[in-house]
Design a protein around this ligand. Structure first.
Ligand code: HEM
Length: 361
């Protein structure tokens, strides 16, 4: 009896091993066979035609899942193909054309016009243009923008330019570091943007003299031409509003990318645009929202970079005396009179009135 009992587990154990091995061999081979021959293992046809089923899935339709997550019910999100094609196609191509085209145009302009000089020469006397808080706001916004731009360009073009030069290890290291810098410095940019808006918005309200300034091409194409301007001329006002509106929009889409699947900004915006005659889809899934956020973030930031390049040029090498405004905060009086004559008059009038002795009581 004892001998009989002791034999049984051995046989059972052997059977278990054999079963596991058989199942292992069967499962490790069947999917491969099914994939190469295009048939379901066991010759089972099922109730539905495979072609119809896969077409349904390939078209991005959603099925049913017990998880409370609409994204999990979609096996193939077909818009992903469109998203990739637009990102790696037109956005990358036109973005590069914009940035490189602007550098090319500025180089040509510099070759033709040279550095815009102070026509009457430096006076040696200065006038305060920006206080320390203005300069802090500008450099917080500008410094973070430049790093955001470089790390963002690396995400779009790095794999084509840097990866072949530096290899996968070094590229992965700098891209990971760049991604962290991009995420955290975004908040510095937003703070700088908000502060600059509060400090300068009152000087950037459009006025009649802006039209004359634009008609005169800002005087930059003709030597010695200086259309009148207050603290900011029409060109600077344009830069201000482009930076504020573009910066705000890029910040919103950036936040949506950092905290994915939480926003429905595109469905809401499309709904508003439909009121004025557009016919845009408003039933967007969380993933479609995310893809649109990413494309929009890329488009707006590339447009901003292209325009900001012109600003950086004119604020540094392009014009004598301009950088002092954001460096020491004080500019030469002759520079100020030539480029912002009405502002100099206002400042002089203010300082005269503040120096006036108080009327005797
Ligand atoms: C990194 C190089 C940069 C340089 C050398 C530079 C230089 C300057 C200078 C000299 C001014 C004062 C102009 C004046 O006195 O009227 C200024 C103003 C301004 N900057 Fe920049 N800047 C740079 C980057 C940026 C960036 C990246 C942004 C935005 C993201 C920006 C936004 C502004 C705005 C909105 C103003 C006021 C409006 C205007 O003057 O156009 N700057 N900048």
């Amino acid at each position: 009896m004892e001998a009989h009992i002791s034999k049984k587990p051995k046989f059972g154990f052997l059977m278990l091993i054999l079963t596991v091995l058989t199942l292992n061999i069967a499962f490790s081979h069947s999917p491969a066979i099914a994939q190469t021959s295009g048939e379901v293992p066991g010759q089972a046809l099922g109730l539905n035609s495979d072609a119809d089923l896969w077409r349904f899935i390939r078209e991005g339709n959603s099925g049913d899942v017990s998880m409370k997550n609409e994204l999990a019910a979609v096996m193939i999100q077909s818009e992903g193909d469109n998203w990739r094609a637009v990102r790696n196609g037109p956005i990358s191509i036109y973005g590069a054309a914009g940035v490189l085209g602007m550098i090319f145009l500025l180089a040509i302009f510099y070759g033709w016009r040279g550095r815009i000089k102070i026509d009457s020469g430096p006076s040696g006397k200065t006038i305060e243009r920006f206080g320390s808080i203005d300069r802090f706001a500008h450099w917080l916004m500008a410094g973070s923008f430049v790093i955001l731009a470089i790390t963002g360009l690396n995400l779009l073009y790095g794999r084509y330019i840097l990866l072949p030069i530096m290899g996968p290890e070094a590229f992965s290291l700098i891209t990971t570091a760049g991604k962290f810098a991009h995420n955290y410095l975004a908040f510095a940019f937003m703070a700088g943007l908000a502060l600059s808006f509060l400090l300068w918005v009152r000087h950037n309200i459009p006025s009649k003299i802006d039209i004359d300034w634009i008609k005169a091409g800002g005087g930059i194409f003709v030597k010695g031409a200086h259309p009148p301007a207050r603290k900011f001329n029409a060109g600077q006002k344009m830069i201000f509003w482009i930076v504020m509106i573009g910066g705000f929009s890029v910040s919103l889409s950036g936040i949506a990318l950092m905290f994915p699947f939480q926003t429905a900004m595109f469905a809401k915006t499309f709904g508003l645009l439909n009121v004025i005659g557009f016919d845009l889809p408003t039933a967007l899934t969380a993933l479609q929202e995310q893809q649109l956020n990413q494309l929009w973030h890329g488009i707006v930031s590339l447009v901003l970079m292209t325009i900001i390049l012109a600003h950086i040029y004119i604020g540094s090498v392009g014009m004598e005396g301009a950088l002092d405004a954001m460096n020491s905060g004080k500019v030469d009086r002759n520079w100020a009179k030539e480029h912002h004559n009405l502002w100099v008059e206002e400042v002089d009038a203010e300082s005269k009135s503040s120096k006036k002795p108080a009327p005797a009581e």
